[in-house]
Design a protein around this ligand. Structure first.
Ligand code: PLP
Length: 261
């Protein structure tokens, strides 16, 4: 039996139903060490990839994708210097945000978005990466107006996987410029750039090159739309080589999720 098991069960902080046990504190401390180590490794890998691509480290923002992980992890990551958090489901993101509205974080919504969730998303999101159809532009725009908030930065999600139908979301590359124009014209929205997810079967480099081409075409008309959100834990090096300005990484920092999502 480990020695910590012999210590008193609780430290009796706060109300009786909010007891913090020593084993809770031990696991929080262990989790903090794990997150600190994984985050440092991830930052180092990103720095190496930037150097390899001949780009400055400050060209790339790490968005830590915290989906499925608890709010305690987000708090710890904030203490470790993380400033950008990604979530892919409104219900989960809204519930997390409600617990930590005052943390100095930028919230990135990166998942497929239903129009009836727009009014919720605009209450906490600083950037929506996954705008992939005109209806979403109009719904987000009116939700921003109703919420009387600052303009919402939106990215055009481009489908990089022709063989995959529309399952992973994203507008076809040929329609990306039109959608970008619509975002740029919306009063409550700011066109930030583009986002893409590499095909499941591989070919990330070619896919991210395609995304960079689309980004370049959009930037011809909208020079301030400089964001390229591309790359996850498994393919961020290819994304950085192809000009990504934002990488969205979950597993590398937090560990592997139980479910595939
Ligand atoms: C989950 C998710 C990520 C992060 O994936 P990891 O493999 O955990 O790094 C990035 N982008 C999107 C759109 C996601 O849903």
């Amino acid at each position: 039996m480990e020695s910590r098991d012999a210590k008193p069960e609780s430290l009796c902080l706060g109300r009786r139903d909010a007891l913090v046990t020593t084993s809770d504190l031990t696991s929080l401390r262990e989790r903090r060490l794990e997150l600190a180590a994984r985050l440092a490794d991830t930052q180092e890998s990103i720095s190496r990839a930037c150097a390899g691509a001949g780009r400055g480290r400050d060209c790339v923002t790490l968005v830590v994708v915290t989906k499925t992980w608890p709010v305690s992890d987000i708090k710890t990551l904030t203490e470790l210097g993380v400033r950008d958090i990604g979530e892919n489901r409104d219900q989960e993101a809204a519930a997390k945000y409600a617990q930590i509205p005052d943390l100095a974080l930028s919230w990135h919504f990166i998942g497929q978005l239903q129009t009836n969730k727009c009014h919720s998303v605009v209450r906490y999101a600083d950037m929506v990466h996954s705008v992939d159809r005109p209806r979403l532009v109009s719904e987000l725009d009116s939700a921003v107006t109703r919420a009387e908030r600052e303009p919402l930065v939106c990215l055009v999600q481009v489908n990089l996987d022709p063989g995959d139908g529309d399952r992973r979301g994203g507008v076809q590359p040929a329609s990306a410029c039109e959608l970008a124009d619509q975002i740029a014209e919306a009063q409550g929205l700011v066109l930030g750039g583009v986002m893409g997810v590499a095909p499941l079967g591989g070919g990330a480099s070619a896919a991210f090159d395609r995304l960079r081409d689309v980004a370049g075409t959009i930037a011809d008309d909208h020079p301030s739309a400089t964001i390229i959100s591309a790359g996850m834990s498994g393919d961020f090096v290819a994304a950085i080589n192809a000009g990504a300005t934002h990488v969205r990484m979950g597993a590398a920092v937090l560990g592997h999720r139980d479910s595939l999502r």
